[in-house]
Design a protein around this ligand. Structure first.
Ligand SMILES: NC(=O)c1ccc[n+]([C@@H]2O[C@H](COP(=O)([O-])OP(=O)(O)OC[C@H]3O[C@@H](n4cnc5c(N)ncnc54)[C@H](O)[C@@H]3O)[C@@H](O)[C@H]2O)c1
Length: 252
């Protein structure tokens, strides 16, 4: 198994891509800590993993809060003794709209969930990884940070920040064997998708999104999970600072 003996935290693991990542990691032998503001969702995913014979822990965590990260790290190390992998997946969309239509509170929330969460992750998780002599962080960015669509300016910018943080962290942490990589998924079939469509998920808008993807479909949690699995595993021990499109060719 590709993650045998590893302990992984997956933020936003109670839904969508995070659920797919948590379940895929567990299939490959990882003990998975599912951290989500939606505890019910996190518990549901933990139960599915345990029913399938894996090990999982659900933790109530708002990734914008330092106190929640501190508790998350404490709970994870208490339950499973170490932290080898963190997938910073929890995210907040912008409802598609012209740029002046987003109020300050929403802007701050987008940046708190998508960007500042990684600052708190670094503050609380790096001391543990340093003590262990290494680790792997996978940030879920987006094709939005590389090939932005109109009407998503602030969300696009937040994912651009995730990509730059990934590369910056990677180069600074490389000598300590802590790898930092990112995935750039294209639009995926998760509860978040409707927001990117302006609030309504209609067949017409779906067709428009799909028409921009050369392989001809949206991304799935399994696509993202398989890519995260590779980056998180020791197979990628020489890979750091990579921001990999998982996008069916959208960014070509
Ligand atoms: N779905 C897409 O089209 C798409 C495309 C590219 C990138 N992404 C990114 O993928 C990631 C996962 O999104 P998804 O599509 O699976 O969405 P989703 O809405 O299905 O899942 C997001 C999860 O994050 C959790 N969350 C939100 N705010 C949180 C907070 N403050 N603290 C802890 N958990 C919080 C939610 O409760 C939810 O379980 C996000 O970072 C998103 O920006 C999504």
């Amino acid at each position: 198994m590709r993650l045998d003996g590893k302990v992984a935290i997956v933020t936003g693991g109670g839904s969508g891509f995070g659920e797919g990542i948590a379940r895929r990691f567990a299939e490959e032998g990882a003990k998975v800590v599912i951290a989500d503001i939606n505890l019910k969702g996190a518990k549901g995913v933990a139960k599915m993993i345990e029913t399938a014979g894996g090990k999982a822990l659900a933790v109530n965590c708002d990734v914008t809060r330092k106190a929640d990260w501190t508790k998350l790290v404490k709970d994870a190390t208490k339950a499973f003794k170490r932290i080898d992998i963190v997938v910073n997946n929890a995210g907040m969309p912008q409802r598609a709209a012209p740029m002046l239509g987003t109020d300050e509170k929403t802007f701050d929330k987008i940046f708190a969930v998508n960007v500042k969460s990684i600052y708190w992750c670094a503050q609380t998780v790096l001391p543990v990884m340093r003590k262990q002599g290494g680790g792997s962080i996978v940030n879920i960015a987006s094709t939005a940070g590389v090939r932005p669509r109109p009407n998503l300016v602030w969300y696009n910018a937040s994912k651009g920040a995730v990509i730059t943080m990934t590369k910056s962290m990677a180069v600074e942490l490389a000598p300590e064997k802590i790898r930092v990589n990112a995935l750039n998924p294209v639009a995926g079939d998760t509860p978040m998708l409707a927001a990117f469509m302006g609030g309504k998920d209609t067949p017409d808008i779906r067709a428009r999104f799909i028409s921009s993807v050369p392989i001809g479909r949206l991304s799935t949690p399994r696509d993202i999970a398989n890519a995260a699995l590779y980056l998180a595993s020791d197979e990628a021990e020489f890979i750091t600072g990579v921001c990999m499109e998982v996008d069916g060719g959208r960014c070509i």
